[in-house]
Design a protein around this ligand. Sequence first.
Ligand code: BF8
Ligand code: SF4
Length: 646
Amino acid sequence: MAQQPSSSANFQLIEKAHEDSVQTAFDRSEAIKPCPFGEYGTCCKICALGPCRIPPKQAESLRGICGADVNTIAARNFARMIAAGTAAHSDHGREVARTLIATAGGEFTGYEIPETPQAEYKLRLVAGVYGIPTENKSFTELAAEIGEHALAEFGQQEGELAFIKRAPAKRQAIWRELGIIPRGIDREVVELLHRTGMGTDQDYQNIMLQAARCALADGWGGSMITTELQDILFGTPKPVRGKVNLGVLKEDEINLVVHGHEPILSEMIVLAAQDPSLIELAKSKGAKGINLAGICCTANETLVRHGVPVAGCYSQQELAIVTGAVDAMVVDVQCIMQGLSSVAQCYHTDLITTSPKTKLPGGIHIELDEHQPLETAKEIVRHTIENFPNRGKVVIPDEVTDAVVGFSHESINYMLGGSFRASYSPLNQNIINGRILGVAGVVGCDRPYVREESVHSALVKELIANNVLVVQTGCSALGCAKEGLMTPEAAFEFAGKELAEVCEAVGIPPVLHSGACVDNSRILIALTEMVREGGLGDDISELPAAGCCPDWIHEKALAIGHYFVASGVYTVFGPSLQTTGAEAFSDFIYSGITETMQGSWAYAPTPGEMAGLMIDHINRRRKALGLEAQQERVLFDMAMRREIEV
Ligand code: BF8
Ligand code: SF4
């Protein structure tokens, strides 16, 4: 049977929004045309002599009033986005470290340090990296010490972030040689902002070195701290079944949607939604139960740990409310559209903010009481239930896709080798013998543009058809889950024959969902484990691997891109990197930077071209490793897709 494009849920609700005279991001993206100077990267407004805008035709002759040229301006803009992205991920990590310490000290109730073998494994692993002796210490004592070490790394002024030691030795040596090992997380963000202010660093290559130090403080610092400490508190993800798309909302149940990034409150909402007295209250209002669903990366966090259904990715947040079925949407931080406020006003949905960092016009603020988070969660669930009788007309698209998700580095290790011989050896062996061509990390955001097929799934289908195993995070992962790429059966439908055989033998989908955007740190560790396993070179840059962010919105994506590049990964971005007006700077990030980092940025406008660049890179790495030549690339075009879908 022909599969409907997952975007038909969007079409249906965009139409409903128009009938209801409601404007969404899909309309605004038609109305707003990108400013060309933003695309060129050559508008500078960091001081009051400007804003200075340099059009490409005058790139050679015109300079800003201070004398800054296009390359300095574009590098500063680019680097400042990296600083902002690092700040966002890392501030999330800081909250998790604070929560771990306060939970271990008994100050916050509701959370607990679980006494499970997985928690013990993670506590010992992280304690080992921090050099914390583990003998005769309870889980709680270890968790407290780990939390203190992690928190100290935000304000650390000298030395090296501890997780840097987890990278391959050769990579660490490159960083030391370049002088870019992060000293402290906040320090690198502040220094990058300082250096890119008016009148400081004017050498784009030097700016990008500090940008690398800052981005590494994200990938091997703030984001990795977030991932590891959340795993200690809430559990390390393991394969779990989930459901994705707007059809997970239920007409006859209370629908509470969690949205944002930090799972600190949503973990408690997962518990509160199961509270028998609240379920009774829901029934007393005429609902059959309480249906919890997620949007964006809070969704990814609750999906990979608990199998909580996902209503949608970034571009679908307003559409969830347009269904008329969402009784409350509770948000924490990041990627929350201000458009939600005006959409929510047209329906009965309560928009509940919970963090002092995020307030929305028209939102109801129920601040997370860290000391009794479960009580806050129950209050939110109660509030949601009370709003159920106010519902008007409900239209829920009949679209839901199954997915198997939760592929943390630990669960990949286990799936590949089993509990007694967990290792990456089967993966490396299959790459060496050519069944798997290589590995790709595909991450990023989704735009509110109406398309028949998302760039994420178009790219990923082409990669797996060419026997490239794909690991994903963020909204990119949700986009591919919606397209049905995350079931073991998807291997037979979409993957090349050899990759499908490996997936069948191991029992994994050809596309592995590893979590939220902070969990790109899991991909760094997985790549490092592949190096450690042997046979594929001594550094991440030598692996037959590539990264791609086929679409991006938030500055966080540039921080991720640059820590992958600085870790030696060839990293392709689309649809625009906002550097086109600065030729020398663009050339530098696309090729010159390889000399020092052995990784680089790349750009391609279409999914097919992105896949082509990645596959060519993987083949070059295979050749350098002396692995056998590969068969010709399968071009996975629209016609071929339709044939598969019939
Ligand atoms: O951190 S993928 S739109 S939700 S930024 Fe935002 Fe982009 Fe989604 Fe997750 Ni990541
Ligand atoms: Fe213009 Fe220079 Fe000021 Fe930028 S820093 S706004 S280029 S004067």
